[in-house]
Design a protein around this ligand. Structure first.
Ligand SMILES: Nc1ncnc2c1ncn2[C@@H]1O[C@H](COP(=O)(O)OP(=O)(O)OP(=O)(O)O)[C@@H](O)[C@H]1O
Ligand SMILES: [Mg+2]
Length: 354
């Protein structure tokens, strides 16, 4: 990033202004800018004119000041200095400045990252602290239940307490899982097993009702380099959402294909084409669909449209898929259904490293 400089004589004419100065202030450089009146050439920037002209009057000059150019959405950081002759008389003034916009944007991103990191740490801390008292509530309610075996009303209340504590615990576990940095235990994973297990797990979590599930898998699927447990979680969360969206009626289709994808030439280091084997799994339902205005937000942590939802399901899905160097895409038509497509490399690491 280059700096801008403007120097003016005591009479207000320009002694020097570099190209950067004109670029930063978005002013076309006149053919003969030297010796022209500074306040005329820079008349579209009255703040700059005022700041530099003031340098003659000041006894202490600002070490570093900032100017916000609202129309250009730019922030300028500047310093001023006086030019004196041998007798110590002020004969000129110089403004030395820098476009801070990019610096500011980088700082803003950094601040956001820090904020998210500390939010994550705080959430992890709270979740961790909540785990023990919740387990205590569950255990003690269980003990009490045995002591009041002959009181049906108390039994019902205690059963409710236990199930609510279990629900709270499940949210805490999910939250911990989300904020924790992901560590994959890679193994050769059978996707067929993962998908079957995920259907069973999703059925145990939410009501399936009469929703039909069809698995359309090719006769042979290669083993995939991945974390079996975490991949199970990906498809369990997608299927849980699909069951919830269908609300007891409709169809879910899980299909998978494997194909060789040609790498983008920009990423290929050697000559010739590099093919990567990719597994694509679609989880599609014919439920109500996701409204287009929500499609960007459903992967955000804590975004939910369900009264009992924590909004972490898809955030976790995305985190796990990212960790596998994969991607997840949503395709949804309101009223017709939703399809989530998970694409994963069959072998981990890029093929050209092998
Ligand atoms: N198959 C789907 N059909 C329609 N909407 C969906 C589907 N899957 C996800 N959504 C929408 O995306 C939102 C976010 O889903 P996500 O799984 O992250 O959270 P949740 O299901 O609301 O809560 P949680 O999974 O933590 O219990 C849902 O609340 C729902 O609005
Ligand atoms: Mg969910």
């Amino acid at each position: 990033m280059r700096n801008g400089v403007i120097a003016i004589h005591r009479d207000g004419t320009i002694a020097l202004a570099n190209d950067e100065a004109f670029r930063i202030f978005a002013i076309a450089r006149p053919a003969d800018d030297r010796h022209r009146a500074f306040n005329d050439v820079f008349r579209e920037r009255p703040d700059v004119v005022r700041a530099l002209s003031a340098a003659f009057e000041m006894t202490t000059l600002p070490n570093r000041a900032e100017l916000r150019l609202k129309d250009l959405d730019r922030v300028i950081g500047y310093t001023l200095s006086q030019v004196k002759d041998d007798q110590g008389r002020v004969v000129g003034a110089v403004m030395y400045f820098k476009d801070l916009t990019l610096v500011e944007q980088a700082e803003e991103r950094e601040r956001l990252r820090d904020r998210l990191a500390s939010l994550g740490e705080m959430a992890a801390g709270i979740a961790h602290e909540l785990k023990n008292p919740l387990a205590g509530i569950e255990v003690m309610a269980g003990l009490l239940r045995r002591q009041v075996a002959d009181l049906p009303d108390a039994q019902t209340l205690l059963a409710d307490i236990i199930s609510e504590a279990k629900l709270a615990n499940a949210i805490v576990v999910e939250m911990l899982e989300f904020v924790r940095p992901i560590r994959l235990q890679m193994e050769q994973t059978d996707v067929r097993d993962v998908l079957h297990q995920s259907v069973t797990l999703a059925e145990s979590k939410v009501r399936r009702g009469d929703a039909a599930v069809a698995l359309r898998l090719p006769p042979s699927l290669p083993l995939v380099d991945g974390d079996q447990h975490q991949l199970c979680q990906v498809f369990t969360n997608l299927l849980t959402n699909a069951f919830e969206a269908l609300d007891g009626k409709g169809h879910i289709t899980i299909s998978a294909i494997v194909e060789d994808v040609t790498q983008d030439p920009a990423f290929v280091v050697d000559d010739g084409e590099v093919q990567t084997r990719m597994l694509t799994v679609d989880v599609a339902d014919d439920g109500p669909g996701v409204p287009p205005e929500l499609s960007d937000r459903i992967f955000d942590p804590f975004f939910t449209t369900k009264p009992q939802g924590s909004g972490l399901g898809l955030a976790i899905v995305r985190k796990i898929v990212d960790a596998h160097d994969g991607r997840i895409d949503l395709n949804s038509t309101p009223g017709h259904g939703t399809r989530f497509r998970v694409t994963l490399p069959v072998s981990s690491g890029s093929s050209w490293f092998k």
